[in-house]
Write a new protein. Structure first.
Length: 198
Protein backbone atom coordinates (compact mmCIF):
# COMPACT_ATOMS: atom_id res chain seq x y z
CA UNK A 1 0.00 0.00 0.00
CA UNK A 2 1.06 3.59 -0.59
CA UNK A 3 -0.43 6.85 0.64
CA UNK A 4 -1.54 9.35 -2.00
CA UNK A 5 1.09 11.95 -1.06
CA UNK A 6 3.78 9.39 -2.02
CA UNK A 7 2.48 8.81 -5.56
CA UNK A 8 5.11 9.39 -8.26
CA UNK A 9 5.19 9.22 -12.05
CA UNK A 10 5.65 5.67 -13.33
CA UNK A 11 3.98 3.96 -10.37
CA UNK A 12 1.07 1.59 -11.04
CA UNK A 13 -1.93 1.44 -8.72
CA UNK A 14 -5.21 -0.48 -8.51
CA UNK A 15 -8.44 1.40 -7.77
CA UNK A 16 -11.74 -0.49 -7.53
CA UNK A 17 -10.25 -3.41 -9.46
CA UNK A 18 -8.92 -1.22 -12.29
CA UNK A 19 -5.18 -0.78 -12.95
CA UNK A 20 -3.76 2.68 -13.69
CA UNK A 21 -0.31 4.07 -14.44
CA UNK A 22 0.52 7.33 -12.64
CA UNK A 23 1.51 9.94 -15.23
CA UNK A 24 1.75 12.76 -12.70
CA UNK A 25 0.94 13.66 -9.09
CA UNK A 26 0.93 17.06 -7.42
CA UNK A 27 0.33 17.72 -3.71
CA UNK A 28 -1.48 20.91 -2.73
CA UNK A 29 -1.34 22.05 0.87
CA UNK A 30 -4.62 22.79 2.56
CA UNK A 31 -5.60 26.09 4.17
CA UNK A 32 -6.83 26.45 7.77
CA UNK A 33 -8.47 23.15 8.78
CA UNK A 34 -8.42 21.63 5.29
CA UNK A 35 -5.95 18.78 4.90
CA UNK A 36 -4.88 19.46 1.32
CA UNK A 37 -5.29 17.40 -1.82
CA UNK A 38 -3.21 15.29 -4.20
CA UNK A 39 -4.10 15.95 -7.84
CA UNK A 40 -3.18 13.04 -10.12
CA UNK A 41 -3.16 12.19 -13.80
CA UNK A 42 -3.72 8.48 -14.41
CA UNK A 43 -3.84 6.27 -17.52
CA UNK A 44 -5.90 3.09 -17.57
CA UNK A 45 -3.39 0.41 -18.63
CA UNK A 46 -5.87 -1.51 -20.79
CA UNK A 47 -8.00 1.15 -22.47
CA UNK A 48 -5.51 4.03 -22.36
CA UNK A 49 -8.29 6.28 -21.00
CA UNK A 50 -7.08 9.26 -18.98
CA UNK A 51 -8.46 10.09 -15.54
CA UNK A 52 -7.55 12.97 -13.21
CA UNK A 53 -8.85 12.10 -9.73
CA UNK A 54 -8.04 13.96 -6.50
CA UNK A 55 -7.10 12.14 -3.29
CA UNK A 56 -6.65 13.10 0.34
CA UNK A 57 -2.87 13.10 1.10
CA UNK A 58 -3.24 10.32 3.70
CA UNK A 59 -5.55 8.16 1.54
CA UNK A 60 -4.17 4.62 1.14
CA UNK A 61 -3.94 3.12 -2.37
CA UNK A 62 -2.83 -0.30 -3.62
CA UNK A 63 0.47 -0.02 -5.49
CA UNK A 64 1.52 -2.86 -7.79
CA UNK A 65 4.89 -4.40 -8.55
CA UNK A 66 6.06 -4.22 -12.14
CA UNK A 67 8.49 -6.42 -14.03
CA UNK A 68 10.96 -4.59 -16.26
CA UNK A 69 12.74 -6.00 -19.31
CA UNK A 70 15.12 -4.26 -21.69
CA UNK A 71 13.94 -5.25 -25.16
CA UNK A 72 15.35 -4.71 -28.64
CA UNK A 73 13.14 -3.01 -31.24
CA UNK A 74 12.60 -5.02 -34.45
CA UNK A 75 9.80 -3.41 -36.51
CA UNK A 76 6.38 -1.77 -36.27
CA UNK A 77 3.01 -1.78 -38.00
CA UNK A 78 -0.06 0.44 -37.70
CA UNK A 79 -1.06 -0.81 -34.23
CA UNK A 80 2.01 -2.10 -32.46
CA UNK A 81 5.79 -2.24 -32.26
CA UNK A 82 7.50 -5.62 -32.11
CA UNK A 83 10.41 -6.03 -29.70
CA UNK A 84 12.62 -9.02 -28.92
CA UNK A 85 14.02 -10.16 -25.62
CA UNK A 86 17.78 -10.49 -26.43
CA UNK A 87 18.21 -13.22 -23.80
CA UNK A 88 15.61 -15.73 -24.98
CA UNK A 89 14.72 -14.23 -28.43
CA UNK A 90 11.03 -14.15 -27.51
CA UNK A 91 9.12 -11.49 -29.45
CA UNK A 92 6.75 -9.09 -27.70
CA UNK A 93 4.17 -6.81 -29.31
CA UNK A 94 3.93 -3.42 -27.57
CA UNK A 95 0.93 -1.18 -28.41
CA UNK A 96 2.09 2.03 -30.12
CA UNK A 97 0.13 4.14 -27.61
CA UNK A 98 2.38 2.95 -24.77
CA UNK A 99 5.46 4.33 -26.51
CA UNK A 100 4.10 7.85 -27.03
CA UNK A 101 6.33 10.18 -29.05
CA UNK A 102 9.24 7.73 -28.80
CA UNK A 103 7.81 5.50 -31.53
CA UNK A 104 8.88 7.93 -34.27
CA UNK A 105 12.51 7.68 -33.13
CA UNK A 106 12.71 3.87 -32.95
CA UNK A 107 15.20 2.14 -35.24
CA UNK A 108 15.90 -1.61 -35.53
CA UNK A 109 18.41 -2.71 -32.90
CA UNK A 110 17.59 0.02 -30.38
CA UNK A 111 17.00 -1.17 -26.83
CA UNK A 112 14.26 0.21 -24.59
CA UNK A 113 13.19 -0.70 -21.02
CA UNK A 114 9.57 -1.94 -21.09
CA UNK A 115 7.50 -2.43 -17.93
CA UNK A 116 5.11 -5.38 -17.62
CA UNK A 117 2.17 -6.07 -15.31
CA UNK A 118 0.88 -9.66 -15.17
CA UNK A 119 2.85 -10.46 -18.34
CA UNK A 120 1.41 -7.58 -20.36
CA UNK A 121 3.46 -4.53 -21.46
CA UNK A 122 1.94 -1.40 -19.92
CA UNK A 123 4.60 1.32 -20.17
CA UNK A 124 8.01 2.19 -21.53
CA UNK A 125 10.85 4.12 -19.90
CA UNK A 126 11.79 6.62 -22.56
CA UNK A 127 14.68 9.07 -22.64
CA UNK A 128 13.99 12.81 -22.58
CA UNK A 129 16.48 13.41 -25.40
CA UNK A 130 17.69 11.19 -28.27
CA UNK A 131 20.54 11.60 -30.72
CA UNK A 132 19.69 11.60 -34.41
CA UNK A 133 21.68 11.95 -37.62
CA UNK A 134 20.66 14.74 -40.02
CA UNK A 135 19.98 13.02 -43.35
CA UNK A 136 19.43 16.18 -45.36
CA UNK A 137 19.34 19.95 -44.89
CA UNK A 138 20.60 23.07 -46.65
CA UNK A 139 24.40 23.59 -46.64
CA UNK A 140 25.67 25.09 -43.37
CA UNK A 141 26.14 28.83 -43.06
CA UNK A 142 27.24 31.01 -40.20
CA UNK A 143 24.86 33.80 -39.40
CA UNK A 144 25.24 36.56 -36.85
CA UNK A 145 21.71 35.74 -35.69
CA UNK A 146 21.35 32.77 -33.34
CA UNK A 147 17.59 32.73 -33.85
CA UNK A 148 17.71 31.79 -37.55
CA UNK A 149 16.60 28.22 -38.36
CA UNK A 150 16.25 25.94 -41.38
CA UNK A 151 14.39 22.72 -42.18
CA UNK A 152 16.16 19.38 -41.76
CA UNK A 153 15.18 15.74 -42.28
CA UNK A 154 16.50 13.14 -39.82
CA UNK A 155 17.53 9.58 -40.64
CA UNK A 156 14.06 8.32 -39.67
CA UNK A 157 12.29 10.76 -42.01
CA UNK A 158 11.25 13.03 -39.14
CA UNK A 159 11.35 16.78 -39.99
CA UNK A 160 12.71 19.32 -37.51
CA UNK A 161 14.12 22.85 -37.55
CA UNK A 162 17.84 23.24 -36.84
CA UNK A 163 20.24 26.22 -36.62
CA UNK A 164 21.90 27.36 -39.86
CA UNK A 165 25.33 25.96 -38.87
CA UNK A 166 24.15 22.31 -38.85
CA UNK A 167 25.39 20.28 -41.85
CA UNK A 168 24.02 17.06 -43.39
CA UNK A 169 25.46 13.99 -41.65
CA UNK A 170 25.85 15.69 -38.26
CA UNK A 171 24.33 14.20 -35.15
CA UNK A 172 21.93 16.42 -33.21
CA UNK A 173 20.10 15.96 -29.93
CA UNK A 174 16.28 16.09 -30.13
CA UNK A 175 13.73 16.38 -27.33
CA UNK A 176 11.44 13.34 -27.59
CA UNK A 177 8.20 14.90 -26.31
CA UNK A 178 8.29 17.99 -28.53
CA UNK A 179 10.49 16.87 -31.44
CA UNK A 180 12.56 20.05 -31.00
CA UNK A 181 16.27 20.47 -31.65
CA UNK A 182 18.24 20.74 -28.40
CA UNK A 183 21.89 20.97 -29.45
CA UNK A 184 24.60 19.54 -31.67
CA UNK A 185 26.00 16.29 -30.23
CA UNK A 186 29.42 16.98 -28.72
CA UNK A 187 32.55 15.40 -30.27
CA UNK A 188 33.09 11.89 -31.53
CA UNK A 189 31.64 9.70 -28.83
CA UNK A 190 30.72 6.06 -28.72
CA UNK A 191 27.58 5.52 -30.73
CA UNK A 192 24.48 5.73 -28.59
CA UNK A 193 21.77 3.08 -28.74
CA UNK A 194 19.48 6.00 -29.51
CA UNK A 195 21.46 7.40 -32.43
CA UNK A 196 19.45 7.33 -35.62
CA UNK A 197 21.31 6.52 -38.78
CA UNK A 198 20.43 7.67 -42.23
Amino acid sequence: MVIASELRQGMVIRIEGQVYEVLGAESRAGAAKLSGVVKTKLRHVTSGRMWEPHFRPEERLEDLELEQQTLEFLFSDADSCTFMNPENFEQVEVPRGILGATKQFLQPGMQLPIQFFEGRPISAIVPDVVEARVASTAPPSHSQQDSTWKEATLGNGFHIRVPLFIAPGEIVRVEVKTGRYVERARGERKRSAWELTS
